[in-house]
Design a protein around this ligand. Sequence first.
Ligand code: ATP
Ligand code: MG
Length: 233
Amino acid sequence: MLKIQGLECGYGRMKVIDGVSLEIGNESVGLFGPNGAGKTTLINAVMGMNKPWKGSIELDGTSIVGFETHVMARKGVALVPQERELFPGMSVEDNLRLGAVYIPHAKDSIQEQMEAMFALFPILKERRKQLAGTMSGGQQRMVAIARALMSKPKLLILDEPSLGLQPSIVAEVFDVLKELKKTVSILVTEQNVRESLKSIDRGYVLENGKIVLEDTAKGLETNPHVLKSYLGL
Ligand SMILES: Nc1ncnc2c1ncn2[C@@H]1O[C@H](COP(=O)(O)OP(=O)(O)OP(=O)(O)O)[C@@H](O)[C@H]1O
Ligand SMILES: [Mg+2]
C-alpha cells in the first residue's frame, strides 16, 4: 500500500529524515522513537506537508510526492495529527460530518459512517450535540480519530494518539486501534511503546532520522535495545 524508499527531508538546511525506507501493507505498523527523532516530519512528508529532498513515496505503486494533504485524503490516506485540530466551536456531529463531506467516496454514506463511529465510540453518540471544544482531552481524541475514519480511509495515520491522555483512556484508544486494524491499514507513531505494541503487527524504531530497528511486535517486545530504551527494563 504505502512504500517509502530512501527518503530524506528536513527544515531549512537541517536534515531530519536521513534515508528512511518503510513499507505498510494490509497491517498495523508502529513508528517509535524519542522526542525529536523525526516521526512527525516523516508523516508530514507522506501527507504532503513537507517536501522530500530525496527518495520516493508511493501509494499502491504510484508516486504521491507533491500531492497536497486534501488530495491524500481523497486517495484514502487519513491523518489524526499530533496537535488536535478539531473545530472546537462545532458539535461532535458536525466535526464528524466534515471528515467526509469533501471526500467523493465517503460523502454519500455520511449517516451510515456516523452510526459506525457511534458504535465504535459510544460516548460520542451521547455527546453528539456537544461542542467539541468543551469535551475532555480523551473524548476530543476520539472525535479526531472518528473524524479521520469518516473519510473511509484505506490507510489511517495517527501521530502519537496517546499523548497527554490518562492511562485508562490510553488503553481504550489502543483497544480501538486493535479493532480497527481488521478493516484499515494503520501507521501509528508513539512514545508509549508498551501500550502500542499490543495493537500493532510490526514496528520500526526511528532514531536521529534513521531506522535503527525493524521487527514484528513480538520481536520488538523482546529486543534488548527496545527493552532498555523504550520499555525501561
Ligand atoms: N517546523 C519546523 N521547523 C524547524 N524544525 C523543526 C520543525 N518541526 C520539527 N523540527 C525539528 O525537527 C526535528 C524532528 O522533529 P519531529 O517533530 O519530526 O520529531 P518527533 O519524532 O515527531 O518528536 P515528538 O515525539 O516530540 O513529536 C526536531 O529537531 C525538531 O526540533
Ligand atoms: Mg511528533
